[in-house]
Ligand binder design. Structure first.
Ligand code: PHE
Length: 438
């Protein structure tokens, strides 16, 4: 394949913005707070941070390295780098499966944000009590026609962007919109921490209560780390294939992970003070942000404008992630199954939407897809990626790729130690433990 005409990111910030665009999404603002709430707060956060540093960053670096070295999509990358280890093709296959599952429930939640844009614009959220907002959310998300309608709208938008080729669009928009989202979240945090009784929420988030740690909590923290960083399924490897050899991959992995984690923590800071100030259950579940944030907006100067802007930006953050998910499936359909790209896009989007319809009608299926993808498929994919870089690839090949920008990576040995031993063993222990092996 001719690599010279591969689309590429035009600037360093563009690379980080696009990878961060995939990483930062509903996972940070919708999923993180509710999973923290369900898993008891501070101790979960600590585990989460531990997994981000110890496993997340090294796996992200491994994926970037694989993609950039191979210069092809995530399925070809493994066999092309190691023709003698055909087994690793399975990472690509599992990635497609994960993309299917994730996007089908992700599209449903993104559809909720479209509904909330509408509610914010028509000023239907302002002045509602807690209980009213909860009923509003439950009634809406428990209905059928409206959520399906918004799911279809969202998937059509995703397909439209993917069909048009992604680099140009992705880079152009995320560069501007991500910083804007960041600003709004910071403003939300400022309002939340000045609410009466905010400290209880801050303590819940930051003060670890180690008695809350169970096997399930550990697995959820690991799953959330993988989900939030978009790792373990080839998305980041695919983006890696568009990055210039002049870039320092370690810097990229650290910056993206840092940005992703920062936004998740800020979302927690925006939400938990309000949760406790308004007397909401932290373990409320997937409706948490949709019930809590409208209340915070109501208590802000210019709340109307902030609410509208927030839900629009949340939708855009969801889009830059969903695009990366759909791209995995489209790349597979078009490059491996030799379908024409436009047909592949339509086929992938339609079949995922159908799966999403099942998630709308069955909350059980929604939960199952969410649980299986983040807590099983992504960590298992990450385990194989670490093994691939640590054991299958030649160490000097890995070094050359990580140092292709012309400078030595001082902590190369430490990275190899983690990728070879620590990350695979840690992930394996958590997975085996969750399967009840010990
Ligand atoms: N990381 C994205 C988010 O936080 C979701 C995602 C998971 C995207 C896996 C791609 C791959 O919203």
């Amino acid at each position: 394949m001719a690599h010279s005409n591969r689309d590429g990111f035009s600037s360093k910030f563009g690379v980080i913005a696009a990878a961060a665009g995939s990483a930062v999404g509903l996972g940070n603002i919708w999923r993180f707070p509710y999973v923290v709430g369900e898993n008891g707060g501070g101790a979960f956060l600590l585990l989460y941070l531990f997994f981000i540093v110890l496993i997340g960053i090294p796996v992200m670096l491994s994926e970037l390295m694989i993609g950039r070295k191979a210069q092809v999509n995530a399925f070809r990358a493994f066999p092309s780098l190691a023709p003698k280890a055909p087994f690793f093709k399975i990472v690509g296959i599992m990635g497609v499966a994960a993309a299917f599952l994730i996007l089908s429930f992700y599209g449903v939640v993104a559809g909720w944000t479209v509904e909330y844009i509408w509610l914010a614009v028509t000023n239907q959220l302002a002045g509602q009590s807690n209980a009213e907002l909860k009923v509003l959310f439950d009634t809406f998300s428990g209905s059928t026609i409206q959520p399906i309608f918004y799911l279809v709208v969202f998937m059509a938008m995703t397909a439209f962007i993917v069909r048009g080729g992604i680099q140009n669009g992705i880079e152009k928009y995320t560069k501007v919109l991500m910083p804007l989202l960041f600003v709004i979240i910071v403003v939300l945090c400022l309002r939340a921490v000045t609410l009466d009784g905010a400290m209880v929420g801050i303590e819940f988030l930051f003060k670890p209560d180690f008695s809350k740690i169970t096997g399930d909590v550990i697995l959820s923290a690991l799953g959330q780390a993988f989900f939030s960083l978009s790792i373990g399924m080839g998305v980041i490897a695919t983006y890696g294939s568009y990055i210039s050899k002049k870039e320092n991959l370690l810097n990229t992995a650290v910056s993206v992970s840092f940005a992703d984690t920062l936004i998740a923590i800020l979302s927690g800071v925006a939400i938990f003070p309000a949760v406790f100030a308004f007397g909401i259950e932290p373990g409320e579940g997937p409706g948490l942000v949709f019930v809590v944030l409208p209340q915070v907006f109501s208590q802000m100067m210019g709340g109307y404008v902030f609410a509208v802007a927030f839900f629009i930006l949340l939708l855009i953050a969801a889009l830059t992630s969903s695009v990366s998910l759909l791209e995995v499936v489209v790349a597979y359909f078009s490059e491996e199954l030799k379908l024409e790209r436009k047909k592949a896009t339509v086929l992938a989007a339609v079949s995922i939407t159908v799966l999403g319809v099942f998630c709308v009608v069955s909350p059980k299926l929604f939960d199952l897809f969410e649980w299986t993808s983040s807590n099983l498929l992504l960590p298992f994919g990450g385990l194989l990626i670490a093994i691939f870089v640590g054991w299958v690839l030649d160490k000097e090949v890995v070094r050359a790729e990580l140092e292709s920008h012309g400078k030595k990576v001082a902590i190369f040995k430490v990275i190899m130690l983690i990728v070879k031993y620590i990350a695979p063993v840690a992930v394996a222990i958590v997975l085996l433990q969750s399967l009840g092996v010990f």
